[in-house]
Design a protein around this ligand. Structure first.
Ligand code: CMP
Length: 385
């Protein structure tokens, strides 16, 4: 149960649970939102209330199961069961889970009346459970930590422009509009609305000089936001590249063709490979379609469907090389026969590797020659297929 509830569980049951959880969350939130509409027909009102109750019970059960299975988590290894549960209950996920329990506990203990205005607010806090479905939130937290120095510089620029703009407009506009620019704190509201490019228009400078300051603030706002976006986007891409590198490194050791290479050469290839997980019975390449990549099997099994029958390729094997070497359409259809993890190498990287690491490509070419001969009915001595 612990494995199924893990956000990253790749299994069928895990995926089904996440889909169910997402549907329950959406249904619960929609029902809570609709219940706030005045004058609903009584039947609909009751129906929506039942939905909210069912969803609350599901989340309650989920909380209990997560709490119960907490000692299974690797990060709590070495702790007693009770301690592991306590640590989980106090973690971010534990506290979010608890929020889902609050409405039920509050109503059943009689603290909150079922018709209370507070109940929908508790239920809307369920939205925080969406974080379970967004593992990238951890990445965002790491990016913010990694890029803290650059982000702090942008925040400092933001505050500098904000305070300077508020001070100048206060000086320029205070006689014209004393009620909104009468003090620097008053003028700060206008500066924030303008610098963030929101522009409610409730407060606007009237003097020419004030309008000039306003123009500078607007342009500065765009620049500051662009800087912030750029830093976060680059940080995200960098973090994703690092994670992908580790994922590939983990898989690459299962392919004998790579393990013979030295560490430096291997690290060059690792940065060019991408990990892809496929369920069983998925067509990876289709006969006669153009080919832009080749694949190494790091886990699982595929079936190569040829006009004269089929061949099975196991972990450590590779396919899709013929289209790249011959620059021809795919010679066969390749289908996964069980859940399979593949390492993908795109054509441009393949040709670059061909130039830098000839030994690797020679091994691939040798196997491709054998396969070509086999397909034409002239058997050659078998090497691991
Ligand atoms: P490609 O032609 O790009 O796409 C289909 C792939 O099936 C092909 O590359 C080979 O990698 C693989 N293939 C073709 N013939 C055989 C064979 N006889 N044995 C094993 N694999 C093959």
């Amino acid at each position: 149960m612990y494995a199924v509830l893990r956000p990253s569980d790749p299994g069928h049951a895990g995926r089904q649970w996440r889909a169910f959880h997402l549907i329950a969350l959406a249904a619960g939130l929609l029902a809570v939102a609709l219940l706030s509409v005045e004058g609903l027909p009584p039947g609909l009102d009751q129906f929506l209330t039942v939905i909210v109750e069912v969803v609350a019970i599901v989340f309650f059960a989920e909380y209990i199961i997560r709490l119960w299975t907490a000692p299974e988590a690797a990060r709590f290894a070495g702790l007693s069961d009770g301690m592991a549960r306590l640590r989980w209950a106090l973690s971010g996920n534990g506290l979010i889970g608890l929020l889902a329990v609050v409405p039920i506990a509050a109503v059943s203990s009689g603290t909150v009346h079922p018709d209370s205005d507070w109940l929908p607010i508790f239920c809307v806090l369920w939205i925080l459970k969406l974080s379970i479905h967004a593992p990238a939130l951890n990445t965002l937290a790491r990016v913010i930590v990694n890029e803290r120095a650059s982000l702090a510089s942008v925040v400092i620029i933001f505050i500098t422009v904000l305070v300077t703009a508020a001070t100048f407009t206060h000086l320029l506009e205070r006689h014209e509009q004393p009620q909104v620019f009468g003090s620097i704190p008053d003028a700060l509201w206008w500066a924030v609305v303008t610098l963030t490019t929101t522009g409610y228009g409730d407060v606007v400078p009237h003097t020419v000089a004030g309008k000039m300051v306003g123009s500078v603030v607007m342009v500065s706002g765009i620049l500051v936001l662009a800087l912030m976006t750029g830093i976060l986007a680059t940080g995200f891409a960098e973090e994703e590249r690092r994670r992908e590198y580790l994922r590939v490194w983990d898989q690459v050791t299962r392919v004998p063709l790579f393990t013979q290479l030295g560490t430096v050469t291997l690290s060059e290839i690792v940065s060019k490979l991408r990990v892809r997980h496929y369920p069983a019975r998925i067509v990876v390449v289709r006969r006669d379609e153009p080919g832009d990549s080749m694949f190494f099997i790091s886990e699982g099994q595929v079936e190569v469907r040829l006009p004269r029958g089929s061949v099975t390729l196991e972990q450590g094997g590779f396919f899709g090389e013929m289209a790249l070497l011959d620059r021809l359409p795919r010679s066969a259809t390749v289908v996964t026969s069980q859940p399979t993890t593949l390492l993908v190498l795109y054509a441009s990287d393949f040709y670059e590797i061909a130039a830098n690491i000839p030994s690797l490509v020679e091994a691939v070419e040798h196997e491709a020659r054998r396969r070509r001969a086999e397909n034409q009915g002239r058997a050659m001595p078998t090497e691991a297929s």
